[in-house]
Ligand binder design. Sequence first.
Ligand SMILES: [Zn+2]
Length: 256
Amino acid sequence: MRAVGVHPDVVVVTSRIWQTNATALRSGGEVLLIDSPYFPDELEALPALLRQVGFEPNALFATHADYDHVLGPLAFPGLPLGVGDHTMERIRTSPGEAQRELRDEDARNYVSREKPLALGSLQSLPVPGYLELGEIELELHVADGHTSDGTALLVRPYGVIVVGDYLSDVEIPWISPGGGLDVYRATLARLAPLVEAAETVIPGHGLPHTRDVALRLLDEDLDYLDGLAEGDRRIPKGRDTARQREIHAENLARVS
Ligand SMILES: [Zn+2]
């Protein structure tokens, strides 16, 4: 697990697996932690790691309901977990989904956990909408298409946007169950001006990017999705790995 400051009040902690990012935002004595690392030892070490750099979360947020993004309550039990209203809807209509998928993934990786995942007290927030953090206001924007839910958080005063599972340098656009090709394209179109307004773009997986790198990835992703609609087999060059070919096959099966 590594921690990188991308702004004096923003630190990004990256898991050893899938380069999953947890982002801590600070303002006026309040700290919001968005998403989570995966391994039990990472979750256990997270509070101390963040404290060392001056971040003590008092609230959690998940960009979407996929199991790898909602593990914050395992590191910070008792803190409320904020989610967009469409994420809340997904959790309500598929109760226990994150718990089941986490159990399966743990079994695949031979990972054992002392305590099962409990999402704790969920707080549903309207998206699009705003969320107050100390002295600043975060903008919540709809980012669906990867799944049926998804929230991107634009922190305009810091020039930072946390986009969830979009604009990754390690993962191609992934239309997973609940997601959709046209919805995904609409999200990229919605993200474009928000990325233009930011200096740093933090994806759910992979390195935080500069605006220019994120805009290049956005173009690549739109090209990829256009090709996918036509049954094309092109995977963006820098991301053509065995795992991404599996995701590509899943995408082809879902859109055909
Ligand atoms: Zn993810």
